[in-house]
Write a protein that binds this ligand. Structure first.
Ligand SMILES: C[S@@+](CC[C@H](N)C(=O)[O-])C[C@H]1O[C@@H](n2cnc3c(N)ncnc32)[C@H](O)[C@@H]1O
Length: 266
């Protein structure tokens, strides 16, 4: 299996995560670095949060976004009006590019969905020229996402299925401190540094948070879709109660921390 990502609908993803990855993308680009005239590869581009943010950061010669899921490829293509940007379908573990074809390869919120993470980082290295940069960021599900933990911990109290979901979710590949750095070093990258990037996710209401999950998007969406009607009603009510935390429904804001890692191609 080359991807564990669960997606049905590009608009659902946008509400679940795309609107927040747009906030994270400029921080990630500042961390990864970018310079005029470069060719950049965005691995796992999704709806294009990073791809389109890159155009505002430098006068690049080309940006190529690839994604495994046809639904995202179609949506990113639909959004693209820039002739310097190309979107295509492809697998992070078998990148359809020549050695050294790019100045940088970047992956935003992707590596934890790739079971063969080391293979993907190796491919990201292979397609970057000597002296170029490989960079990636993933959420810290265990310790850096209190809004997500609120939902997972609530679901875990309701049954074994929820406990197993939480246990899987908190320990996806490259999420533990130093784990992504070790993977980069093992793939031969030099001067590897790991850092943390923080954004806030601001919700207008419980439904603003829960609607894409209730519609089946992402790992939590897949889980709640598997519940029977009674379990589902309990889950909806319990997560709503956690969100509201004793106050009327309305806006809530959660901090979110991502691990970011970069290294130089020797
Ligand atoms: C959480 S989304 C992130 C999308 C986008 N980078 C962003 O920040 O919004 C994860 C993306 O990784 C893609 N993906 C997962 N495994 C992949 C693989 N093996 N090759 C290419 N893309 C992959 C998924 O299809 C999905 O678009």
């Amino acid at each position: 299996m080359t991807s564990s990502f669960n997606v049905h609908d590009a608009a659902g993803y946008e509400q679940l995560m795309g609107r927040w990855s747009k906030r994270l993308a400029p921080l990630f680009i500042d961390f990864a670095g970018v310079a005029d005239n470069e060719r950049i590869l965005d691995v796992g581009c999704g709806n294009g949060s990073l791809t389109f943010a890159l155009t505002g950061k430098a006068n690049l010669s080309a940006i190529v976004g690839i994604d495994y899921a046809p639904v995202f490829v179609a949506e990113a293509m639909r959004r693209n009006g820039d002739p310097k940007i190309t979107i295509r379908q492809g697998d992070a573990c078998d990148l359809p590019f020549e050695d050294g074809a790019f100045d940088r390869s970047m992956a935003l919120l992707v590596l934890h969905f790739v079971p063969e993470t080391a293979k993907a980082v190796g491919e990201m290295r292979r397609v970057v020229r000597r002296g170029g940069v490989v960079a990636a960021a993933v959420w810290d599900h265990l310790g850096g996402m209190p809004g997500m933990r609120m939902m997972l911990d609530t679901l875990a109290t309701l049954g074994e299925g929820g406990r197993q979901l939480r246990n899987r979710y908190c320990f996806q590949p490259t999420m533990q401190p130093g784990e992504m750095k070790r993977t980069f070093v093992a793939q031969g990258l030099l001067g590897v540094t790991e850092s943390q990037l923080m954004i806030r996710m601001d919700y207008q209401s419980f439904d603003d948070l829960w609607a894409p999950i209730a519609a089946g998007e992402g790992p939590l969406g897949k889980f709640v879709a598997s519940l029977d009607a009674a379990e589902r009603a309990r889950a909806d009510a319990a997560v709503r109660d956690a969100y509201q935390a004793g106050r009327p429904d309305g806006p809530r804001s959660f901090a979110n921390v991502a691990w970011a890692c970069r290294g130089i191609v020797p």
